[in-house]
Design a protein around this ligand. Structure first.
Ligand code: ADP
Length: 399
């Protein structure tokens, strides 16, 4: 293995029922190992570990995040690399909500934990899970632990973009504003796009579509985000796998009155049973593609709603930027689904977007241009790597 100066960083992404980890060398991007522990707190659990060359999976219940971290250590001890021998410099933790308090990565101490805990009402599913992972990891790894926040890249959004038009005092009292999410990915991908094109970020205006199960779009000018589609929570914006994205807020009270649903039921409905799944029953784009190929009307309608939302954001964000240099697609759907990219950018020659069909349908894992050579706006696919971005931020802070 080839790390030299700085040792690897262990990156932990701790969700409510799963914990993802990766041991990565920040300088070289070399992934030494990665793994996933699923169904934490359920009667059956699943643990998988990979060193690149080889993978192992086993089923075992995982009681809580403490047990998950013990299993993580066991996986490394059994299959390598030797965690105590590789000289980990830091553990980097993904934390979804940094509120107004955190706009940069921080070394975690007891005060930081209290601050993250205070933000839990803003992210009730995510922050408590991250805290559980951090607490368990701090007990087991005597190196600096760094929190990297999903919201950080958007902390500097212009007030005109981040302010909701509700009574100002109420918004201030309850910290209600647009925070934005997937920031680590939007930042990484927008910088990488400039790098691939040989442009300086200072003079680069780009729209990034992060299209995974969760999906968001950002407008980035001179390296800084000026708009993004997710809001106070990750529910706002694009149509997602199971989330509605934008709706008329009056649908909330209307559903309460007309369908007799409680507020928690409506929240679950909009987060877990809406989006593509609500429209056609499936939220995996690979399944959706197969159904569309078979002429399934519900799947076709879901695709049309999904793409229409992408296009309206594309237009809006191009105007917010004033000039558009590039449109970038990333994450599971953005990187792999040529049909989505084609539909999102079709018939926009008038606005300077000319896709190259052959480039767009070519299979590749590299960052690449998929627009025509003479397209005034460059259309790109840039694979995201949130773990590497977190590892680099953690290393910068403690290195
Ligand atoms: P998240 O990290 O938000 O859970 P991902 O970025 O993994 O989500 O994206 C999940 C989505 O990407 C799914 O809809 C899946 O169908 C799609 N996807 C992932 N890999 C591929 C692939 N190789 N081809 C087509 N679609 C893919």
């Amino acid at each position: 293995m080839s790390w030299t100066a700085a040792g690897p960083v262990l990156v932990i992404n701790s969700g409510s029922s799963s914990l993802k980890y990766q041991l990565v060398v920040p300088d070289t991007a070399e992934v030494l190992a990665s793994g996933l522990i699923e169904q934490i707190g359920e009667s059956s659990g699943r643990i998988s570990h990979s060193t690149g060359e080889q993978s192992w999976t086993r089923e075992d219940p995982v009681a809580d995040h403490g047990a998950a971290l013990t299993l993580l250590r066991e996986q490394f001890a059994a299959h390598g690399p030797d965690l105590d021998g590789v000289g980990i410099t830091a553990v980097g933790h993904r934390v979804v909500h940094g509120g107004s308090r955190f706009s940069d990565p921080v070394v975690i101490d007891d005060d930081v934990l209290v601050e993250i805990e205070k933000l839990s009402p803003l992210a009730p599913l995510h922050n408590p899970a991250a805290l559980a992972g951090i607490r368990a990891a701090r007990e087991r790894f005597a190196v600096p632990h760094v929190a990297v926040f999903d919201t950080a890249f958007f902390a500097g959004l212009p007030a005109a973009a981040s302010t909701y038009a509700i009574p100002a005092e109420l918004a201030a009292e309850h910290a209600i504003k647009k925070y934005g999410f997937h920031g680590t990915s939007h930042e990484f991908v927008s910088r990488r796009a400039a790098e691939v094109l040989g442009r300086s970020t200072e003079d680069f205006r780009v729209i990034v579509f992060h299209l995974g199960n969760g999906a968001s779009v950002s407008a980035v000018r001179g390296g800084a985000a000026i708009e993004t589609s997710m809001g106070l929570t990750p529910l706002q914006g694009l149509v997602m796998g199971t989330r509605s994205g934008d709706i008329d807020p009056s649908i909330y009270p209307y559903l309460h009155d007309a369908a007799g649903l409680s507020i928690p039921e409506i929240d679950t409905l909009l987060n877990k049973r809406s989006g593509l799944k609500g429209l056609c029953g499936d939220n995996d784009f690979r399944v959706l593609d197969r159904r569309i190929a078979d002429g399934d009307e519900a799947a076709e309608r879901a695709f049309a709603v999904y793409v229409h939302r992408l296009r309206t954001y594309l237009g809006a964000y191009a105007f917010a930027l004033g000039r558009l240099d590039a449109v970038v697609f990333t994450a599971g759907v953005g990187e792999n689904n040529a049909r989505v990219r084609a539909a999102a950018t079709a018939d926009l020659e008038h606005f300077g977007l000319v896709l190259d069909e052959a480039r767009n349908t070519e299979r590749s894992r590299s960052a690449r241009v998929v627009s025509a050579t003479d397209s005034p706006v460059t259309i790109m696919v840039v694979p995201t790597d949130e773990e590497l971005a977190i590892a680099r931020k953690a290393e910068q802070l403690v290195g």
